[in-house]
Design a protein around this ligand. Structure first.
Ligand code: DGL
Length: 299
């Protein structure tokens, strides 16, 4: 079920009938536990301006970083299936936490190409001159097998200082990206890394790029921030090409469709202030598979 919430209704986009019939005009589905995936959507729009985008913020259930693995997998599958039912031709799991816990299962169960996101350990190892780098990510991501294997594969000669970003996702979900409390929290996480000699910081959660101004104020210009959203957009482009799923060339897509599992107020605010996207936000109910929208289990 969907209900319109914010901003004015979208204008009808110009008819694609005059465009060549080649290409696949279906939307790319992008989802995150909440607003963080907008940092990925921003990069995808810049890289693939002809693609239609359908975004789901599962803000009702954020943060995933405090949830157990079964819950995260359930939400990933339920939202993935919902996006497929809405016609998505590919899925971007724009959440490090959901990727760490459930991308293998999602690839098994869903029939469309799936792109995940992972902390930029490999680029950080390539960039760090001091061979000491910090990683900010959710506790679930840092404890995951995928993360351990990333460190093993790419960074044997680099020291990584891993810090769970407790409280940061919640602050971004409230659109509090520049308050004194947030700065104090960030300073508590980042200053010990700087004192240990870190010259590089991996933003291992898609919410954190929205905190880059605050981080730069604390750390100064000598700390290199690693955000993988542009690399994800490029990987998505390669996957679409390999599968013959690119949008018709020269097509003007409709504005991104933004959906939220909560009231959508903050999704609208962040999208309009930081992405310049003043679009209609739909409230969507996406029940866990086997669980009704009111939380009762189906029999
Ligand atoms: N944006 C999600 C990530 O990249 C945040 C996870 C959470 O909700 O805790 O991990």
């Amino acid at each position: 079920m969907t209900a319109p919430l914010h901003a004015s209704p979208p204008e009808c986009s110009s008819s694609p009938q005059s465009s060549p019939a080649r290409g696949n005009a279906a939307p790319i589905g992008i989802f995150d536990s909440g607003l963080g995936g907008l940092s990925v959507l921003r990069a995808v729009r810049a890289q693939l301006p002809h693609e239609a985008l359908l975004y789901v913020a599962d803000s009702l259930h954020a943060p995933y970083g405090l949830r157990d693995n079964a819950f995260i997998s359930e939400r990933t599958l339920a939202i993935g299936e919902w996006l497929v039912s809405q016609g998505a031709k590919a899925l971007v799991v724009a959440c490090n936490t959901a990727t760490a816990e459930s991308i293998a299962l999602a690839r098994e169960r869903l029939s469309i190409p799936i792109i995940g996101v992972e902390p930029g350990i490999k680029p950080a190892a390539g960039l760090s001159a001091s061979r000491i780098a910090g990683v900010l990510a959710t506790q679930v991501t840092l404890r995951s097998e995928r993360f351990r294997s990333l460190i093993e594969r790419y960074a044997a000669d680099c020291r990584f200082i891993c810090q769970p970003g407790h409280g940061l996702v919640e602050a971004v979900e409230r659109c509090e990206i520049d308050t004194p409390e947030l700065r104090a929290l960030l300073a508590r996480y980042i200053e010990p890394m700087l004192a240990a000699g870190a010259d590089t910081l991996v933003l291992g959660c898609t919410h954190y790029p929205f905190l880059d101004a605050a981080i730069r104020d604390i750390a100064g210009p000598s700390l290199t921030l690693v955000d993988t959203s542009v690399a994800i957009a490029r990987q998505l482009e390669r996957v679409l090409e390999a599968n013959g799923l690119g949008a018709p060339v020269g097509r003007q897509p409709p504005p991104p469709r933004l959906c939220s599992t909560d009231g959508g107020v903050h999704l609208h605010r962040l999208a309009s202030t930081l992405l310049g996207l003043d679009v209609w936000v739909e409230r969507v109910e996406i029940a866990a598979r086997g669980v009704a929208a009111d939380g009762s289990h189906a029999v």
